[in-house]
Ligand binder design. Sequence first.
Ligand code: FE2
Length: 437
Amino acid sequence: MMTTEEGYLILSEISAHEGKLASPAEGSIPSSSFPASLPDRMGPDVGIQLYRAFFLPLQEERYPNGSCDPMSGEIIFRTPITFGWDVFDELPEHIPQGNIMLILGRGSADRLKLKERIGSMMAGEMAVFSGVEPNPSSATVERGAREIRENDPDIIIAAGGGSVMDAAKFMSLIAVHGGTVMDYITGKRTPPDGGLPVYAIPTTPGTSSEITPFTVVTDDRIGNKVGLRHPSLFPRGAIIDPSLTVSLPPRQTAATGLDILSHAVESFWSRNATPLTREFSLRSVSLVREHLQGAYDDGASRPQREGISLASVLAGMAFSNTGTTICHSISYPITYDSGLPHGMAVALSLGPAFELLRKKGFEGLRPLAEAFGSNTRDFRKDLESFMRSIGSPTTLEEAGFTGGEKRIMDTDMTALLRNFPVSLDEGDLEWIIRAIS
Ligand SMILES: [Fe+2]
């Protein structure tokens, strides 16, 4: 493991091995061995600290006699992270001074007085693009890009939920390199690496957009959500302060927590997972299991909010390397048609996808079930009762989705199907959709 001059953590470069990892054998990872304590406060080398805290103590136990090289496979974290309660108040220490374009959403911007607080801490000129909506549209992204070009800032600060950060990353790309959202989605334009630097301050955990190379926006012309993955979409820095999440209402707490869980679970079984990403996934799953109900019941609880924010970091580190799988594909038309929050829509099909993997004899599910405090036989049932306990639907009917099986089957799932660890035919996908109908 090494850090570059920019502070990026690049694991792939010191890997002695390339590619090829066996799935951990069933039963090889006892979930009870998670380290209990976390670093109190983590600086820009958070990746190294997490690696030391979560992986090293377990390495010999899980992979005795060097049976698996934890550093094999390509793993890249490119966003330096500052994590800690109240680190937002030290913003000038973590973001370079210069002229700023501040991108804000709706709810959290007013609730937390972000414009005023950021404006008072940063010295440069500050222009503001506010009002990014949940599931931001291509029109919003393209409008924001125009405003950025007009204001010609040195840096962009995206302060808000996943929608704000996703939109800001896409805006930055278009502001510098031109074109439209669909130009990039369809591959007509390939984003060159580099662009206007984006510094992300999440006010909701969940998408982990502050540390990932992904952006997802909604395009009304094609009637669905569309996503882009590119290295230039890694933010230049992430300032993650769990205290900013205390005012998140219970329903959003549940939805964003389920998004974290979905990222961790789908990353765990992704075809691209490595021992290290699996370790981050498992720890993220156990943190969600441990803290989401508490954060839902008592939003002001510091330990619960810290646990969920950390779960989001770990899931983000895992799935930014592995990608997600079909549960995300299935969720897009559900959210588009019914307005069900993203995390709740993805979580709907997690249990059936787990079940399908079990039926197909996929090995290695036991540690995942155990990290959730369950076992492979009861995982789906336990997940559903967990979802109900935080007010999340468990069927398409409860979610208010009336588009039918065909609407979901018509979604292009090619990319995320590739990440799924076993090949699925149309009948398998129909089975999953019927299981939640
Ligand atoms: Fe997601």
